[in-house]
Design a protein around this ligand. Structure first.
Ligand SMILES: [Fe+2]
Length: 401
């Protein structure tokens, strides 16, 4: 599969070219002919929230997304509301119960706000499901067509960790705003004058937290069922602080468009941040979404102006001579990074800038990362220790450490 073919319609619509995308999310060339489960990219992150109407406002005001579609009782959906938001190639769908008997109300009671569905764009839904079934995956929805006056979408869904699923979507014969049952919808919300047009361009990776001892099982699931390969491996010492630890492995699809780091807690002197997540989410789930931006300073400034809170980074991080030597020259003065708490990591391929928000909901569970890649295909391994110490300070303030 050439890189040209790996751009999906949403990416083309977002006017992202290949060079931008290669840089933004670290795309690589690969040969799809032997891929048993070809994935072309992300389709949508589908959230279940306590109040979809207000969450849709949050994603517009605080994350700079654009409202593009809606479904609810007015469009014939009787039990829940769904708002579809875009930023570049990224699509979020926020859903909430309308009817108290909706299964989404129960999902929200168990998990709080979170990601229920990491939907992926695939060129051949039936081929993927046949392979997944042969490999023992749980098929939640058999392949089927949904149609309306805009065409036909082919869909199916498989289960992954916890109550999370992967819906597989082929929308190559569909021109509507999202899916049949949704109507185009815009909003009167206006961004602040001077704000960048978009605060992020694409989803880079989605991290899953799983139970102690389950990480290798899920790595194996992504290998066997979905043909993903290992990208990088972080184990033990790399990401242990004095108090808590975790293990992490990263799998990705062939062109690296879709990357899934998987974490499990490791034994430490105190409760791991992964344990805190598992306790409050009520089991495994998506821990953070990394949003790719080509100007992390402007994005942090715009989000901060809207009230988004980022994890603080101690001044000692920037004053550490070892770190200064390791990161070398980056595109902005270190003082600009320090002022905002932006972290830097460098590997053999280049460097990346990154920063993490506090949890965005009421529970200490899901949060966002902003990432600006300059050649590096990593995940900020060199920052894990500094970052986790910052997370632990927050955990201690909540009395969960
Ligand atoms: Fe990350």
């Amino acid at each position: 599969m050439s890189l040209e073919q790996t751009l999906n319609d949403d990416e083309r619509l977002a006017q992202l070219d290949l060079d931008q995308l290669r840089q933004l999310v670290g795309l690589v060339e690969y040969d799809a002919s032997g891929d048993p489960f070809p994935v072309s990219g992300w389709d949508a992150l589908v959230w279940v929230v306590g109040n979809a109407t207000q969450a849709a406002h949050f994603y517009q005001s605080a994350l700079g997304m654009e409202l593009v579609a809606y479904s609810g009782p007015e469009t014939g959906t009787r039990d829940h509301l769904a708002y579809v938001l875009r930023s570049g190639a990224a699509r979020f769908v926020v859903t909430g119960a309308y009817d108290p008997a909706s299964p989404l109300a129960d999902h929200h009671r168990r998990h709080g706000d979170g990601i229920r569905d990491i939907a992926l764009s695939v060129p051949d839904v039936d081929r993927c499901i046949a392979h997944a079934r042969a490999q023992g995956a749980t098929v939640l929805e058999e392949p089927h067509d949904l149609g309306d006056e805009h065409g036909t979408v082919r869909l199916a869904a498989i289960a992954t960790y916890g109550d999370t699923r992967h819906t597989l979507v082929d929308r190559s014969r569909y021109t509507g705003p999202y899916l049949p049952g949704f109507a185009a919808r815009t909003s009167s919300h206006q961004p602040r004058p001077g704000r960048p047009e978009r605060l992020f361009q694409a989803v880079d990776h989605v991290v899953g937290n799983v139970e102690l001892g389950a990480m290798d099982r899920w790595v194996d699931f992504y290998h066997r069922v979905m043909g993903f390969t290992n990208m990088a491996e972080f184990v033990g010492e790399d990401i242990a602080t004095d108090y808590s630890a975790l293990m992490s492995k990263v799998v990705s699809n062939g062109n690296h468009r879709v990357k899934f780091p998987l974490n499990e807690p490791a034994m430490g002197r105190k409760k791991s941040q992964i344990d805190e997540y598992l306790e409050f989410y009520g089991g495994p789930g998506a821990q953070h979404v990394a949003l790719a931006t080509n100007d992390i300073l402007a994005t942090v400034d715009a989000m901060t102006a809207e009230g988004i809170e980022f994890l603080p980074t101690p001044d000692s991080y920037y004053e550490d001579p070892e770190l200064r030597a390791r990161i070398g020259t980056v595109r902005v003065p270190v003082e600009e990074l320090q002022r905002r708490g932006v972290l830097v990591d460098r590997d053999e391929d280049g460097y990346l800038l990154q920063i993490f928000t506090r949890p965005i909901g009421d529970r200490p569970t899901v949060f966002f990362e902003l990432i600006e890649r300059h050649g590096s295909l990593g995940f900020g391994k060199g920052n894990f220790k500094a970052l986790f110490e910052a997370i632990e300070r927050e955990q201690a303030r909540r009395g969960n450490f």
